[in-house]
Design a protein around this ligand. Structure first.
Ligand code: BGP
Length: 474
């Protein structure tokens, strides 16, 4: 009983949200660099508004972020102190290929991650690497239109082959695309898409999705060829959709909303387009740009495990009159009157994690990995910089409890758990510093002031104990 003996406890981050050093050692510009804080952000990340320049008039906290690029040793030492067994991080594509379409990689970028992985191993921490976490080189967006263009497969192949070869023996857990279903909600982040006027957006999105799905299968193939020890996962922004009522139209709406997410994982895990998606796209006159060999590639190179993020459940309604939607979340959801919400309106539902895990496990029967979960909150440090974040401990403890129930009571096979933003970092949704998730407070305010000093919060000591007892002491 209990969690696996070798359960992978840890934390998760993404390059652009903590590294900073946006132009250090030859790094190129990426889409994630050009989404400033403020009103336009939502319009830009959804691909509706062009903002392809990086200027000084706008505010970009991610430029320096928490300067992890220059302080990673200190940060990893703190992760080691908490007892992390794994650390999920992402590669900034533009450190390796600054423009994206070069033949030869940038050695300084490759060396940075090599040193970082070696640093992790010093503490017995197994890296879990997201190859693309919302990032796409700006050059590929300007020249090729991002993932709408099939040429992206060549660039991604070059990137992944370079990584698997260089980091053989240092990394064995890989994720191809962070929250691949986010393409549909934030296409600029998910696929480097900026819409042209008058084009069929859905067609563009599903074309880009097809390219990413094929690219993911190709990467899985290469990973296994380079080193059979490599394990490759897909990554889903998960969260069960509940029907707003027992009315069949609501139940159908909830099923459809779930399928919109599962579509991606159905392809990555089962190896083919599901019937419901084929029918829907056919009905709408959208052609999937299959090329020779795609079907075989998808079928033969499915993922080894299913990873996902979970912050919240959602509610779907089939009634067009129901329009009381929650704010602040990238997924539209009807408000759930039985749940509390975070300061950003994300509804808090620990039991929803158990339900979601069961749903995913029933569907795919592959090992699961929770690679993001956490509470974004405004922390108020005392005069010594110490944060008593009991609210965060409560959130995490209740979710870990539900996670354990899914394993112990329902038999879900779970590889590990990495809580999101284990050290304070820049928020992907708002681009700001004030929405914090970490066990470690970083002295950096929303305007870029602060010493960048790191101070463990109360949750740091709590999580250390959770890891020590393999989740028994919550
Ligand atoms: C996920 C992303 C992360 C992360 C997290 C929290 O969707 O994979 O990059 O940021 O959400 O979101 P936010 O930063 O908007 O609070």
């Amino acid at each position: 009983m209990g969690l696996r003996k070798d359960f992978l406890w840890g934390g998760a981050t993404a390059a652009n949200q903590l590294e900073g050093g946006y132009d250090q050692d030859g790094r190129g510009l990426a889409n994630v660099d050009v989404a400033p804080v403020g009103e336009d952000r939502r319009a830009i990340i959804s691909g509706e508004k062009k903002h392809l320049d990086f200027d000084d008039e706008h505010f970009y906290p991610a430029k320096e972020a928490i300067d992890h690029y220059n302080r990673y040793k200190e940060d990893i030492a703190l992760f080691g102190e908490m007892g992390f067994k794994t650390y999920r991080l992402s590669i900034a594509w533009t450190r390796i290929f600054p423009k994206g379409d070069e033949k030869e990689p940038n050695e300084a970028g490759l060396k940075f991650y090599e040193d970082l992985f070696k640093e992790c191993h010093k503490y017995g921490i197994e890296p879990l690497v997201t190859i693309t976490h919302f990032d796409c080189p700006m050059h590929l967006i300007k020249e090729y239109g991002g993932w709408r263009n099939r040429k992206m497969l060549d660039f991604y192949e070059n990137l992944t082959r370079t990584l698997f070869t260089r980091y053989k023996g240092l990394v064995k857990y890989w994720l191809t695309f962070n929250e691949i279903n986010i393409i549909l909600h934030a296409p600029f982040m998910g696929a480097g898409i900026v819409f042209e006027e008058g084009e069929n957006k859905k067609e563009v999105l599903y074309r880009a999705a097809h390219h990413e799905l094929v690219a993911s299968a190709m990467a899985t193939k290469i990973a296994h060829e380079v080193d059979p020890k490599n394990q490759v996962g897909c990554m889903l922004a998960a969260g069960k959709n509940y029907p707003n009522s027992p009315r069949p139209i609501d139940v159908l709406a909830a099923q459809q909303a779930d399928r919109q997410n599962y579509f991606f994982i159905d392809v990555q895990s089962r190896g083919e387009y599901p019937a419901y998606a084929l029918k829907e796209l056919e009905r709408e006159g959208i052609e999937i740009p299959f090329e020779e060999g795609d079907r075989e590639l998808l079928k033969e190179h499915t993922v080894d495990f299913i990873s996902f993020s979970y912050y919240s459940s959602r509610v779907a309604s089939g009634d067009p009159e129901v329009n009381e939607k929650t704010e602040g979340n990238i997924f539209a959801s009807v408000k759930n009157p039985y749940l509390e919400a975070s300061e950003w309106g994300w509804q808090i539902d620990p039991l929803g994690l158990r339900i979601t895990m069961n749903d995913i496990y029933d569907r795919y029967q592959k090992p699961l990995f929770i690679v993001e979960n956490g509470l974004g909150a405004i922390d108020k440090p005392d005069e010594n910089g110490y944060v008593e974040d009991d609210y965060r401990i409560d959130y995490l403890a209740s979710h870990i409890k539900a996670m354990k129930e899914a394993v112990e009571l329902d038999g879900v096979d779970l590889m590990g758990y990495t809580s999101w933003g284990c050290i304070d970092l820049v928020s992907a949704g708002t681009g700001e510093m004030k929405k914090r998730y970490g066990f470690i407070y970083v002295d950096r305010d929303n305007k870029g002031n602060g010493t960048l000093e790191r101070t463990p919060k109360k949750s740091f000591h709590w999580y250390k104990k959770v890891i020590e007892t393999n989740g028994e002491d919550l």
